[in-house]
Design a protein around this ligand. Structure first.
Ligand SMILES: NC(=O)C1=CN([C@@H]2O[C@H](COP(=O)(O)OP(=O)(O)OC[C@H]3O[C@@H](n4cnc5c(N)ncnc54)[C@H](OP(=O)(O)O)[C@@H]3O)[C@@H](O)[C@H]2O)C=CC1
Ligand SMILES: N[C@@H](CC(=O)OP(=O)(O)O)C(=O)O
Length: 341
């Protein structure tokens, strides 16, 4: 007994994590299909660690009729073509691209933060997954917002290359190797050398000088958590393979001590507080890989404003930032709306 589930983009970084997480969390599945582009048609991929192999199907020829849920991680362009086709066939699309996130008829969901918003999904039969940097930030901030009403957020991100897909990971690997052996480190996917460097530029530039990645953090946080919150972001690519980090400074309406914030975060869903004020008493990206948690460390009071806190937040961008959140949405959809086959 279970659902008929499609993973679209199953050969990619996010798709492979989706398959792994569906298996790890024993999502109720009666049948699973792995689809991707024509390039991968016929390839065999693992269904997580179940030992089961899945033959990749070409999305162009895949008929979604009779399938219950499709987890999409194929980018905005391909989603524009196939998302509405799957949704119209009755297969609910949970989409990782940015295409539908700000569509008023599409719920944008982080299950720990705004689960009730999923109830509007029937308008388009599509549910959006937020940007990876937004997802982990709202998980960390929601419990603090509930306690003291956050009014302003200043965030700087340190985003791993896996956020730019398989090609981003390959580029960091190749450039690092080339530099060690004295070969040129040519940028391809990124705008400048990423190995042994940082790049203050993710996604395209907008007219006001911010990047689209920074804009997404602003508008998505408002849609998921509270339209009144002011957010300003600086998004930076760093030479880390997996795991996004964020330095977050917040201002609140009411006073909340660092000790009280730590107490709240210790109990918060999806959050793992690791905050010892000693060497190594905090989490770094390499330590979060493969985990479900959003880690919070280094919670402290900001002495420069009346009610302010500063914290450090780390999470596996391919999991909470994409695949895990999508599977959690599927679980939520099952609990609130679907009947098991
Ligand atoms: N929520 C978030 O913050 C995140 C969202 N994403 C989203 O997920 C998407 C995939 O990311 P990621 O896995 O890292 O990228 P990868 O580059 O690792 O994988 C891309 C996947 O998309 C498939 N694909 C590409 N073009 C098409 C097409 N025209 N039709 C069908 N399938 C296609 C690829 O198939 P093939 O192997 O056959 O080429 C592959 O499976 C991103 O583009 C983004 O939209 C990603 C990371 C985080
Ligand atoms: N832009 C993110 C990953 C991503 O795909 O985001 P989005 O789905 O918002 O385009 C990163 O590079 O880390």
């Amino acid at each position: 007994m279970g659902y008929r589930v499609v993973v679209a983009g199953a050969t990619g970084n996010v798709g492979r994590e989706m398959l792994a997480i569906l298996a790890e969390r024993e999502f109720p599945i009666s049948e699973i299909a792995a689809v991707a582009s024509a390039r991968s048609q016929g390839d065999e991929i693992d269904f997580g660690e179940t030992g089961k192999k899945l033959k990749v199907q070409n999305i162009e020829h895949f008929d979604p009729t009779g399938w219950d849920i499709a987890l999409f991680a194929i980018g905005s362009d391909a989603t524009k073509v196939h998302g509405p086709r799957f949704a119209a066939a009755g297969c609910t699309v949970i989409d990782n691209s940015s295409l539908y996130r700000m569509d008023p008829d599409v719920p944008l969901i982080v299950p720990e933060v705004n689960p009730e918003a999923i109830d509007g999904y029937r308008k388009k039969n599509i549910i959006a997954n937020p940007n990876c940097s937004t997802a982990q930030m709202v998980v960390a901030l929601k419990p603090i917002h509930d306690a003291a009403t956050i009014t302003r957020v200043v965030v700087s991100t340190y985003q791993s290359v896996s956020g730019a897909g398989k090609a981003g990971m390959d580029e960091l690997f190749e450039q690092s190797r080339n530099i060690f052996v004295g070969d040129p480190a040519e940028p391809k996917k990124f705008t400048k050398q990423i190995a042994f460097n940082v790049i203050p530029h993710i996604d395209s530039f907008l007219d006001d000088g911010f990047t689209k990645e920074e804009w997404k953090m602003v508008v998505e946080t408002k849609k998921i958590m509270d339209p009144k919150i002011k957010v300003v972001a600086t998004c930076v690519r760093v030479p880390v393979f997996v795991g996004h980090s964020e330095a977050i400074t917040i201002e609140m309406e009411r006073e909340l001590s660092a000790a009280d914030a730590q107490k709240i975060l210790r109990e918060a869903p999806g959050v793992m507080l690791v905050d010892k004020r000693e060497d190594g008493g905090y989490i770094t990206p390499v330590e979060c890989v493969g985990d479900f948690a959003t880690y919070v460390s280094r919670v402290r009071e900001d002495p420069t404003v009346e009610n302010g806190l500063v914290l450090w937040c780390v999470s596996d961008n391919l999991r909470k930032g994409a695949a895990l959140n999508a599977v959690q949405i599927a679980e939520l959809l099952g609990r609130r709306h679907l009947k098991k086959a």
